[in-house]
Design a protein around this ligand. Structure first.
Ligand SMILES: [Zn+2]
Ligand SMILES: [Zn+2]
Length: 438
């Protein structure tokens, strides 16, 4: 049975007359039936995209599939946004707000180790090395879920009280040096303009979250990630006569410890967490030679934009001052591909949590702690109120020790988790539009 808007109305009228079942209940049931009807197609799209993964800025096949589907459904489609992105708009039959949804489409340079009939066999060259390509972060599912939601929105277009804007984004996982892309470039190329959405939603499938569960959080939700390099210049000399030179290794060692005192002594640990790690320390080539320079590289993870700026400033001041105190010089370079912290709009999240609870049940929509990975959805959240949430895709009951997490070559999706994600997407749109319209 296909549920048309007039059928929704007739169900609503007949049951409203008979008792407690409201028009809203009928709309919710109609969404669920529509979602169920498109589930098999969604899974087929997901498998097709999984078998044909493409790296960031190279999602040619995936974006063509998306654009063709959306065009057929009657969306106004803009292609080649930020290289391979697709932005599509569907104006509903009733007046209401513009709401955006974002799905990322790129895969990772990972060689798949999962034994599935639709496992990826794709090979490519990444930064000069031969590698497999795999949807090891589940962006194949994100794309398929939003394609399915697009179909449900189109089927209920005449009853839709507002406009949906669907943003299919390339290159969330970062790019080889020298390339620009992802959310930042989508925004630069107008993804949030004409029409400008009032709010934006996004989701991420997450292991080991059990299929059928949804996880959310208001405020700081995922870490900002920034990479830095510190070059310490000393003056090389014989290892037996250090007073004749300036030892960059001793200076760099003091800098490593000095940076940790920013974290332990200078930021309010009760406000938001932050992590600073030096992962690379390179200097010297012989035990009895003091070298000319030392190089450090590290990562900073933050959940608060002010704290991020403060720490970035203090890293520079601390490194430079310590180097000066030892008679050397330090320069700090922030490598510009960092992602800002992802901060969900608190009032939007509070307003939409009842929707997530209705979709999966109150005991299956769980509030979570902040997550330390980064996500470039944060750039949309800096522009307009945003809510990013997580969808379980691990078979319920699997021991956590047996679950391969996102980015693992053994990452797997229990496709039973996709229908709740599709339902959540459409219910969020309808609830947002109808509550905003009041
Ligand atoms: Zn990822
Ligand atoms: Zn991801």
């Amino acid at each position: 049975m296909k549920l048309t808007p007039s059928l929704i109305c007739s169900i609503a009228i007949s049951v409203v007359v008979s008792g407690s079942y409201s028009y809203a209940d009928a709309v919710h049931d109609a969404i669920d039936q529509q979602a169920k009807a498109v589930e098999a197609k969604m899974i087929a799209w997901r498998r097709d995209i999984h078998q044909n993964p493409e790296l960031g800025n190279r999602e040619f096949r995936t974006s063509a599939l998306v654009a063709e589907h959306l065009t057929k459904l009657g969306y106004e489609v803009r292609e080649k946004v930020a290289h391979t992105g697709v932005v599509a708009v569907l104006k509903g039959g009733k007046p209401g707000p513009v709401v955006a949804f974002r799905a990322d489409m790129d895969a990772l340079p990972v060689t798949e180790e999962v034994d599935l009939p639709f496992a990826s066999k794709v090979q490519t060259t990444w930064r000069g090395q031969q590698t497999g390509v795999m949807h090891a972060c589940g962006h194949d599912a994100h794309t398929a879920i939003l394609m399915a939601a697009a179909e449900v929105f189109a089927n209920m277009r005449s009853e839709l009280p507002g406009t949906v804007k669907l943003i299919f984004q390339p290159a969330e996982e970062g790019l080889p040096p020298g390339e620009e892309g992802g959310a930042r470039l989508m925004i630069k190329e107008g993804a949030l303009e004409n029409p400008k959405p009032e709010a934006i939603f996004g989701l991420h499938v997450i292991a080991p979250g059990p299929a059928g569960m949804i996880f959310y959080r208001g405020g700081p939700t995922m870490a900002g990630s920034d990479t830095f390099r510190i070059t310490v210049k000393g003056r090389g000399t014989h290892g037996a006569r250090p007073w004749q030179g300036v030892d960059p290794i001793v200076i760099a060692s003091q800098i490593v410890l000095g940076l940790q005192t920013i974290e332990s002594r200078q930021v309010d640990v009760t406000s938001d967490p932050s992590v600073l790690t030096i992962g690379i320390f390179n200097a010297g080539n012989r035990s009895n030679i003091i070298s000319d320079k030392a190089e450090l590289e590290g990562t900073l993870r933050t959940f608060n934009l002010d704290m991020r700026s403060f720490i970035m400033q203090r890293v520079k001041e601390t490194a430079e001052a310590i180097a000066r105190s030892g008679g050397g010089e330090a320069s700090v370079e922030w490598i510009s591909d960092g992602y800002t912290p992802l901060i969900n709009d608190v009032s939007l999240t509070n307003r939409m949590v009842p929707t997530l609870q209705r979709v999966v049940g109150a005991d299956r929509a769980i509030e979570v702690k902040p997550l330390t990975p980064a996500e470039d959805f944060s750039f949309y959240a800096q522009e307009i109120p945003a809510m990013f949430y997580f969808v379980g895709i691990t078979p319920p009951g699997t021991p956590v020790s047996l679950v391969a997490g996102n980015h693992s070559p053994r990452f797997q999706i229990d496709e039973a988790g996709l229908l709740p994600a599709l339902r959540a997407t459409v219910h969020l749109a309808i609830d947002y539009m109808t509550t905003a319209a009041k």
